[in-house]
Design a protein. Structure first.
Ligand code: AMP
Length: 303
């Protein structure tokens, strides 16, 4: 089924204990669209880049069957730029630079083809822009999944709460869940966040896995894959959310049980991402590689 992806398409500069990159390709929507393309032949990317963004990357999106009609190119402006540095444990990071550039006045181009999308992934963006996309869609998609980050909690909290109210599934990390709710205990934080509107909350805990909370009271806890090689966690959250949503896009019925499997697919896609810098870990996957990791995770989490 079709997946509409909205979010940043960017340049990133990353520093981890394993090395440092110059400007490389990044952005929430970049990671999400690439991961989604392994699950669906109908992925629609909506974003904006500057004239400095390489056409070869846009060509690569097309090769992957990612529809880029909604990717606007502002020739005389610069692409969004983000720079971050990871701490020794790789679970936390500091943002060094956020240059919004083209994102500062971003108005997502929602085209008639986007109106058919059944699944909407609102990647990390200003919450009023995320909400604007929902408002521009004539009919509500079957499932709306949303990501956000501490940056928006700090500078646009009120708008963020309005957007959260309209989403079905909110996907954030443990630190963000504590910050959003103001509560340290994660169970209580989840209860408080579910009261803000979403039907389902996913809390990611990096190498410690992820938790799924539903308004119905149902709960699921999954470990992450234990990896030999963790080089760069940038984009892992986006890959996780994309694996989660894209798996659900293949299901006839979105039950809590389906979401449990979706969490495992999220962990699998994130595991590929962290093994290389930037998007390198997710560029050349195969269905066999994805299935092998999924089966391994399933086998090692069942009693
Ligand atoms: P993640 O590691 O999953 O949180 O996602 C990292 C990606 O988010 C990077 O590729 C950045 O380009 C992008 N990003 C960082 N800050 C922002 C922001 N304020 N708005 C939109 N995208 C962002």
């Amino acid at each position: 089924m079709s997946i509409l992806v909205v979010g940043s398409v960017a340049f990133d500069a990353i520093e981890t204990p394993f090395g440092k990159t110059d400007k490389i390709i990044g952005g929430a929507a970049t990671y999400i669209a690439i991961v989604s393309s392994y699950f669906s032949k109908q992925v629609y990317l909506v974003g904006v880049v500057g004239g400095d963004f390489p056409m070869s990357v846009i060509e690569d999106f097309k090769q992957r069957n990612i529809n880029v009609d909604g990717l606007e190119i502002k020739q005389n402006e610069k692409s969004f730029f983000w720079s971050g540095k990871y701490h020794e444990d790789m679970n936390s990071r500091d943002t060094l630079i956020t240059e919004l550039n083209v994102l500062a006045n971003f108005e997502p181009k929602i085209l008639p083809i986007h109106q058919q999308a059944e699944f909407l992934m609102l990647g990390n963006l200003a919450p009023d822009i995320q909400r604007g996309v929902l408002q521009k869609l004539g009919r509500r998609p079957k499932l709306v999944v949303m990501d956000t980050m501490n940056f928006w909690m700090e500078i646009a909290r009120r708008s963020l709460l309005e957007t959260i109210k309209l989403t079905d599934v909110l996907v954030i990390n443990d630190e963000e869940a504590r910050q959003l709710s103001g509560v340290k205990n994660l169970k209580h934080a989840a209860e408080a966040i579910l009261k803000l509107g979403p039907k389902v909350l996913v809390i990611k805990k990096g190498e410690h896995g992820a938790m799924l909370f539903a308004k119905t009271g149902e709960f699921f806890n999954s470990p992450a894959l234990l990896l030999d090689r963790v080089i760069d966690p940038t984009g892992a959250g986006d890959c996780f959310a994309a694996g989660f949503l894209s798996y659900l896009s293949q299901q006839h019925y979105i039950s809590f049980d389906a979401m449990k499997h979706a969490i495992l697919y999220g962990s699998v896609m994130a595991s590929f991402c962290v093994e290389e810098f930037g998007t390198n870990g997710i560029m050349y996957l195969t269905q066999d590689k994805i299935q092998e990791r999924y089966q391994y995770l399933l086998k090692t989490t069942q009693v």
